[in-house]
Write a protein that binds this ligand. Structure first.
Ligand SMILES: CC(C)(COP(=O)(O)OP(=O)(O)OC[C@H]1O[C@@H](n2cnc3c(N)ncnc32)[C@H](O)[C@@H]1OP(=O)(O)O)[C@@H](O)C(=O)NCCC(=O)NCCS
Length: 436
């Protein structure tokens, strides 16, 4: 309890003043002509407008992304300049798979806690529709040699040895370099190892859609969403996530074929998060600056922790490793959490992590802790749906999870919440937030 009081009165307590996101849109559909830069700029523009912050009060801009464009390698800088943040304000881009926006968020918090900044915009943006495609290594070598050639002949010479295969595109896979497995294949391994049945996975996916659909009807997401207008006509406003299925039944989910192990698998398109485009950003301030500028924050950062495990062993178990550390740092227990937002990459991953929270053997063997965190009360988990229904723009999701949690705590007048995200590479991040 003493720890609780001392943290709450810290002079460099970090306040989250406001946040916004675009709708999360199934890749290849309504946002297909927009880049990560355009999506990020939309949220940053609107964040500045709605908060009426003077752009010259902003000290830094940090964005996360997973599939970087070579044309905008420092995405955050381009977003900041495009949104009217003064050119003198530094901006940087971070990438750590699906936890990228959490990394942006905690980097923003760190610079505030260290006294280097008072006001920071942090978020994430991703257009999976606009994924980068490379030429083959051979063809890129030829282009490089050609660029060094002096005359037309020398420039053409490297291409004389070109084979048909050299011009085939090198498309990025959603696979781990270290394991050679796609994340879906790893989710299959988790499902088998943790005995998460196909039925349980489909039930969890159905829950995600049912809760998200209810939240959409009750306009719960309205506070975190901005209306977007897209090319070519910019006429029809898009104001909702478009992967949520209103009339989904368990039968429809049961009918879907497994995708990653066609013979014996249990992971399907229905119990996985869909590929999506979108952006989300938050504005963080020192508590003092927020007060001085007259803002009423959505909530405050209490603690956070990152953890990593061997991706060859347990790819998406990050939350089970990072949550105990974040709770310890907060001086709180799992049962103190009034709400939990956990990123839903796959039903199998969420259910495996929740099982690990309660598992004595996981706690003893993997965490060297005598006691497990405890059983999770599902009444407090992803109460307005999660990534399986809402969508998952890789670089933006973690900011969405934090923002949704903050709004959930406000709506319920509850105090403590846990936001946790697994990420490729065996990474996990947990953020503890408090409303007061
Ligand atoms: C799982 C995945 C491969 C599916 O991709 P996809 O095949 O393009 O998915 P689609 O949305 O086209 O769905 C395939 C089919 O399932 C159906 N479907 C998808 N979700 C459904 C649902 N909830 N209920 C019923 N049907 C559903 C679609 O309608 C489609 O049917 P159709 O072929 O008759 O049109 C892709 O979403 C993916 O890779 N997700 C995981 C991303 C990932 O790795 N994330 C990182 C985690 S950290």
């Amino acid at each position: 309890m003493e720890q609780l009081v001392s943290q709450n009165t810290s002079p460099r307590r970090v306040a989250i003043v406001y946040g916004l996101r675009t709708p999360f849109i199934k890749s290849g559909t309504l946002f297909r002509d927009l880049s990560s830069l355009e999506l990020g700029k939309m949220v940053c523009d609107e964040l500045i407008e709605r908060t009426e912050i003077d752009p010259s009060d902003i000290d830094k801009v940090i964005f996360g992304t997973v599939l970087p464009s070579i044309k905008t390698s420092n995405l955050a800088r381009e977003i900041a300049l495009g949104s009217g943040v003064p050119a003198s304000v530094p901006a940087f881009t971070v990438t750590s798979a699906c936890s990228s926006a959490a990394q942006a968020f905690t980097s923003a918090a760190e610079t505030i806690m260290a006294g280097d900044s008072e006001v920071v915009i942090a978020g994430g943006a991703e257009s999976i529709s606009d994924f980068p495609v490379l030429f083959s290594k051979n063809f890129r070598s030829m282009l490089f040699d050609s660029s060094k050639g002096k005359g037309l002949l020398q420039k053409a010479k490297p291409f004389l040895k070109m084979g048909v295969g050299d011009i085939s595109p090198d498309v990025p896979a959603i696979a781990e370099r270290s394991t050679g497995l796609t994340l879906g294949e790893s989710a299959e391994i988790m499902a088998r190892r943790n005995q998460i049945s196909r039925g349980d996975q489909d039930e969890f996916a159905l829950r995600s859609h049912t809760l998200a659909s209810k939240a959409q009807k009750e306009e719960i997401y309205r506070r975190e969403l901005l209306k977007t207008y897209v090319p070519p006509n910019f006429d029809e406003p898009i104001h909702n996530d478009n992967s949520v299925r209103d009339e989904l039944s368990i039968e429809q989910l049961t009918e879907l074929d497994p995708l990653f192990d066609k013979e014996y698998g249990t992971v399907t398109a229905g119990n996985s998060a869909p590929l999506s485009d979108g952006a989300c950003a938050l504005i963080l301030m020192s508590e003092q600056r927020a007060r001085a500028l007259g803002y009423k924050p959505l909530g405050y950062l209490r603690s956070y922790a990152y953890a990593a495990s061997d991706p060859r062993e347990e790819l998406l178990m990050g939350p089970a490793y990072s949550t105990p550390i974040a709770l310890d740092k907060a001086g709180l227990l799992l049962k103190d959490m009034d709400l939990i937002e956990i990123h839903e990459a796959f039903s199998a991953q969420v259910l495996s992590n929740i099982r690990a929270f309660a598992s004595r053997s996981f706690s003893e063997e993997k965490l060297s802790r005598a006691k497990p965190l405890g059983e999770v009360n599902m009444d407090y988990v992803n109460v307005t749906g999660g990534s399986i229904a809402l969508g998952h723009p890789f670089g933006a999701t973690a900011a969405r999870v934090i923002l949704t949690l903050l709004h959930g705590l406000q709506r319920r007048q509850a105090n403590f919440g846990l936001a946790t995200v697994c990420a490729a590479g065996g990474l996990g991040v947990s953020v503890i937030l408090e409303r007061e």
